[in-house]
Design a protein. Sequence first.
Length: 403
Amino acid sequence: MARFKNIDSLGALTGKRVLVRADLNVPIGTDEEGQKYVTDDTRIRSIAPTILKLIKGGAKVMVCSHFGRPKGDVIPEMSLEILAQPLSNVTGKAVVFLNEATGDGVKETLDAMEDDAILLLENLRFHEGEEANDPDFAAALAANADFFVSDAFSCSHRAHASTVGVANILPSAAGLALEKELLALEEALGSPLRPVAAVVGGAKVSSKLDVLTNLITRVDHLIIGGGMANTFLAAEGIDVGSSLCEHDLAGTARSILAKAKEIGCKIHLPSDVVAAKEFKAHAENRVTSKEDVQKDEMILDVGPASIDGIITDLKDCKTLIWNGPMGAFEIEPFDMATVKLAKAAAELTTSGQLISVAGGGDTVAALNHAKAADNFTHISTAGGAFLEWMEGKKLPGVEILKA
Ligand code: ADP
Ligand code: MG
């Protein structure tokens, strides 16, 4: 199993200046008084243990991140300054914000700052060199630090100056959150306990083709739900009525099914479905066999018999990887299959029978909705990076931290 350089491998931290790459690209809302606030501080909380460990070890910590898409311009609305107070709240430390990420000002601020304070640098993407992984920008970032620690799995699929560039220059390590994430992912798909089940759902096959083609070579059961299942059912000659469906992908879907059969990966598609004429909460609906969907009906969820069958098979599995809801979970009652499966996976995990890893923006929302997320072995809040990992791609920001 691949090993990663961790904070301990950096050696003595006393007096060292450590640049921590975080993902502070958190969702921001505006309250009634027009004040901006962080609506979900999960990503801020996730980096606190790393920061506190570094400070405890005697290091001086500076935190860098991107925020939004300023594309190399200085856009005041995309300043990281509003994250200073939330970062202070979760760490219990003073946070000094600097409206720069490089230059002598960084050194001066670090020197002047209390040892256990945190320096928050300005949005990395105010510089074009960040996304271009410009060696000069990476060198400028590295110039004010002795060590580099990445704690941003969600950014590690991008080879940017702050994910790969600085890691090429400075002694580097994975932070505690990144280390935990990498171990969980390795456990789920690198060298998993078998049988392994993968659940892939969500809206479109086209957005997850590479995920499906990689998974059939790696897992024992591939459970396809959500809008994606419609494309596969249609490819098998089923009339899916007005369902969300990518008819032009029928050939691709058939070749995935054929390949899976050849390799011995069992594909699960729904045999009964929940159908409705309108895409809205509490729309009139009925449970029907997949063969009996009417022209004006949409499949909005996996049917109860199918989801019960899937749960029975899951009970024989030791590992589960999940991306994509089973149905239109945002509108009741079309959250039924997603919630049932989530609760079953959570119970199997709690009783020690299953290792469960899930990721994806809507998937995490769906598992929270089912009140199941806390019982999963690992929930990844990374969107693109999690999918690229499911596609079997090497993530540059992870590769560079291999020991
Ligand atoms: P994730 O963000 O976890 O990767 P996706 O973005 O791929 O997941 O998919 C989530 C979306 O898929 C949800 O908005 C959900 O409503 C939609 N969806 C799931 N099943 C269906 C369906 N049968 N018909 C239409 N939309 C669906
Ligand atoms: Mg999504």
